[in-house]
Design a protein around this ligand. Structure first.
Ligand SMILES: O=C(O)CCC(=O)C(=O)O
Ligand SMILES: [Fe+2]
Length: 423
């Protein structure tokens, strides 16, 4: 990141005065298409990441990817032989797109070779099977094997604290491979923790239906539930969906082979594979959507509190129980969120310290995007950490074993902000 982009970003957040970036006024009718790879990180940051708007990058951006060479036949179909030879024994999660279980498709696990046998048969039987329509999704290929020869992370998406954090802990990641025949689909959702996502088609074609943040409220049914499938004719029934007509049409994107879609934070979406498709995607959080993640966690805690409110006065440690339930339902609670902020802060402080030692070499520091990015990151963490510390539910968390103490971490951040003002 250059200095001008950092100043632009900090001015942008000052202008928001703590409000979350919405993403769009009304429903945009198209997503910009970025043709040329001479598009800079600053162009993406200012044009799409900060205003929280979707865009599509042309296939030129993924030209050199190993997966686009090896996973695809010359006629553009999945290369089953290559996949079998290289990954056949790996166990993968597979969802049944014909069945709804709560708000997702039920999943089972099987070796990739079994899934590929199913897929070949499904094609031979003219895209039908007594086993239903099966979609391999959320496969953590990178955790199981090196992905160096599969793809390279585009610089635009490299400020990724979620994967940086989980890599530091070495327990999880948010990097996925999806593959499935034409007809497989992902139900209506917003991404985990209000993260951003990017998604590349290694081969095939997807249709995306996207709604800007807030628009989904009009899609709720009379009980307040979001639809599972926004294309369902049931949505036309005004007794079931009384406010449906207040929601504009979705932004529709057709993503071709090699193209890369940027999904902004909090945009609900539904995705359909129009052809046999393989895709790679990441979920990611950084300074631009950190406040949205914190808001989401507050809502998650409120939902838990609502569920067990009748025991509030009788259960000792009721607040602690809410945090335990939150961790098991959402994958993270307030303690872990604090730890996440702490780890990212420590890494950025190191980047800035090295920067001073290294005589201010732009881009030469550990975080990849340079000292200006680290300074921006620090400023965003400070803003969100101040909100966390002021939150009454966080004040009820036992922080006695936290090191450093939250107020001390905030102090460190504020000192770093002062020191980096002249960078
Ligand atoms: O490709 C899909 O089926 C879903 C992808 C998705 O939801 C995402 O990348 O956020
Ligand atoms: Fe998604």
């Amino acid at each position: 990141m250059d200095r001008e982009t950092r100043v632009f970003a900090e001015t942008h957040f000052r202008g928001l005065r703590g409000r979350l970036p919405g993403g769009a006024s009304g429903n945009p009718d198209h997503a910009d298409f970025i043709e040329k790879p001479d598009f800079s990180y600053a162009d993406f940051f200012k044009g799409y990441l900060l205003p929280n708007l979707p865009c599509v990058f042309s296939s030129a951006f993924t030209e050199g990817w190993g997966s686009r060479k090896h996973w695809v036949t010359p006629s553009g179909k999945p290369n089953f032989d290559y996949l079998l030879q290289n990954y056949g024994d790996m166990v993968v999660p597979v969802a049944n797109c014909g069945v709804q279980e709560y708000n997702s498709h039920p999943k089972e696990h099987m070796p990739l070779r079994d899934y590929i046998s199913y897929w070949k048969e499904y094609i031979q039987e003219s895209y039908s099977s007594p086993r239903g329509c099966l979609y391999l999704k959320d496969w953590h290929l990178c955790r199981a094997s090196s992905a160096e020869d599969v793809y390279t992370l585009p610089v635009y998406f490299s400020s990724d604290w979620l994967n940086e954090y989980w890599d530091a802990l070495d327990v999880d990641d948010y990097r996925f491979v999806y593959m499935g025949p034409a007809g497989t689909w992902s139900p209506f959702h917003a991404d985990i923790f209000r993260s951003f996502s990017w998604s590349v088609n290694v081969c095939g074609k997807k249709k995306w239906l996207l709604f800007p943040p807030g628009q989904e409220a009009a899609l709720r049914d009379r009980h307040g539930s979001l639809p599972f499938d926004v294309t369902s004719p049931a949505l036309l029934d005004t007794r079931l969906y009384p406010t449906r007509a207040c929601c504009g049409p979705p932004l529709e994107i057709t993503q071709e082979a090699g193209e890369m879609v940027f999904v902004p934070s909090g945009w609900h979406h539904q995705v359909h594979n129009l052809e046999d498709t393989i895709s790679i995607n990441h979920n990611w959080v950084n300074g631009c959507n950190l406040a949205a993640m914190w808001c989401f966690l507050q809502q998650e805690l409120q939902a838990v509190q609502h569920e067990i409110h009748e025991w509030r006065d009788t259960m000792p440690d009721w607040d602690h129980h809410c945090q335990v339930i939150m961790k098991s339902c959402s994958g993270i609670n307030y303690e872990e969120f604090y730890h996440f902020l702490k780890i990212i802060t420590e890494r950025r402080l190191l980047t800035l310290a090295n920067e001073v030692d290294a005589g201010k070499l732009e881009g030469a520091s550990g975080a990849g995007l340079g000292p200006q990015q680290a300074a921006f990151d620090i400023s965003r963490i400070a803003k969100v950490l101040a909100l966390v510390i002021a939150d009454p539910d966080f004040q009820r968390v036992d922080t006695s074993a936290f090191s450093p103490q939250p107020a001390d971490l905030l102090q460190q951040l504020e000192e770093a902000i002062t020191a980096s003002a002249s960078l």
